[in-house]
Design a protein around this ligand. Structure first.
Ligand code: KG4
Ligand code: ZN
Length: 379
């Protein structure tokens, strides 16, 4: 199935053209084209993403990126170039993020996708398509897409026995740590389509904590990569920031509280530390804060691995781009002979390739999301 995937939930406009095949038993994805246009520079002066600015920028960028995907500079229907028309006619489905995300930004992608579907299902393009079949349009849950993004690589990062991701044999039960700018979720997955939420954050998401602490350190938006860069020059043991919710009262053992997260208190301790130590070395603060986050995420993940005898861990979402977190989870899973999956760097933060992957899996399991923006969609 050839899928044109669209992502506009936040501040990246992304389009991907991918080929998905094999069914749930032998998933294979090949990304033929993948473009990301970042709006970071536009939003940076505001210290965060401005929803209506994001929407305007997505609306401007979508036709440009779509043209680029198909190798044309002036993208408009009807498509006169025969070669381009033939490329278009090979598309079986369009996939678009419907949530969670910023509502105006989501609508920009949905509106574009609907319009594109309408144009592709009418006029001369239809006659080029085999059996004149209609192009489908799938709404995609952005968090499911992050979860499935590890399928965009076909081998494990660390594993004792060579597991092929595509046939998914021997990788379940699997613990998934989904860490992004808006979410921090721990899941136990019994299969690719069956999971149970073990816990999530009670307040700030991990990425949000990175962004807020970065702002305290006067680092630009988005803060995660900036903190990670600064942390390389600091001492991670310089300041002993709290590791929130690691100590579990015995009455809570086995309950959901085991796997809940909270990053707001940690953020406040960084604030107080900076207030009380105005001459503190920023790199030490960054490194010590990062270490506290990595510790909490890794310890809770491994606790659940042991409790559920998981065979694999998957790390995904924007914060999965954090090298300290990747390295730490890679090492501890390796020590326990547990498989560790993490998407290649380009698929950690928001991207359309993962939207195409989730669309194909939902198509296989006949699951459909309404084609309307849902800012609060969850896993
Ligand atoms: O998944 P994502 O691109 O967007 C959401 O769905 O939220 O995640 C963005 C988040 C931001 O909070 C950003 O600061 C964080 O991921 N992030 C990082 C790194 N790269 C991105 N956090 C820590 N270290 C990084 N290297
Ligand atoms: Zn995301």
């Amino acid at each position: 199935m050839k899928i044109l995937a669209i992502e506009t939930s936040c501040d990246e406009t992304s389009l991907a053209l991918l080929d998905a095949k094999g069914g749930l038993k032998n998933l294979t994805f090949s990304v033929e084209k993948h473009l990301i246009s970042s709006q970071i520079k536009l939003h940076r002066p505001f210290g965060g993403v401005v929803p209506n600015l994001a929407k305007r920028e997505h609306t401007k960028n979508l036709p440009l990126l779509c043209g680029k995907i198909f190798g044309i500079s002036n993208f408009k229907f009807p498509i006169s170039n025969k070669k381009t028309a033939s490329k278009f006619s090979q598309i079986d489905a369009i996939a678009v993020t419907v949530g969670p995300g910023l509502e105006p930004a989501l609508w920009a992608g949905i509106t574009f996708a609907k319009e594109l579907q309408r144009k592709m299902n009418s006029g001369p393009l239809t006659s080029l398509r085999a059996n004149k079949r209609q192009v489908a349009l799938f709404g995609v849950n952005h968090m499911e897409a992050h979860l499935y993004s590890f399928l965009l690589q076909q081998k494990t990062v660390s594993s004792n026995d060579k597991v092929q991701i595509s046939n998914l044999k021997g990788i379940f039960p699997m613990i998934a740590l989904v860490v992004s700018g808006g979410h921090t979720i721990l899941l136990k997955m019994d299969s690719l389509i069956k999971w149970k939420k073990l816990g999530e954050t009670r307040d700030d998401a991990a990425g949000e904590a990175f962004d807020k602490v970065a702002r305290m350190l006067k680092l630009p938006y988005p803060g995660g990569p900036e903190i990670a860069k600064l942390a390389l020059k600091g001492n991670e043991n310089a300041i002993n920031f709290p590791r929130p919710m690691l100590k579990i009262p015995s009455e809570a053992k086995g309950s959901q509280n085991n796997y809940e997260f909270s990053f707001s208190g940690l953020k406040t301790s960084v604030l107080y530390y900076l207030r009380d130590n105005p001459r503190a070395k920023k790199a030490d603060v960054a490194a010590s804060f990062q270490k506290a986050v990595v510790d909490v995420l890794s310890i809770k993940t491994m606790r659940s691995v042991k409790e559920y005898r998981a065979k694999s861990v998957v790390l995904c979402g924007g914060v999965a781009a954090n090298k300290a977190l990747r390295a730490n989870l890679e090492q501890i899973t390796n020590n326990l002979s547990v498989n560790f999956f993490v998407p290649p760097f380009e698929y950690n933060t928001d991207n359309a390739a993962m939207i195409g992957v989730a669309a194909y899996i939902n198509y296989l399991r006949k699951r459909n999301y309404p084609l309307q923006a849902d800012a609060n969609l969850n896993l």
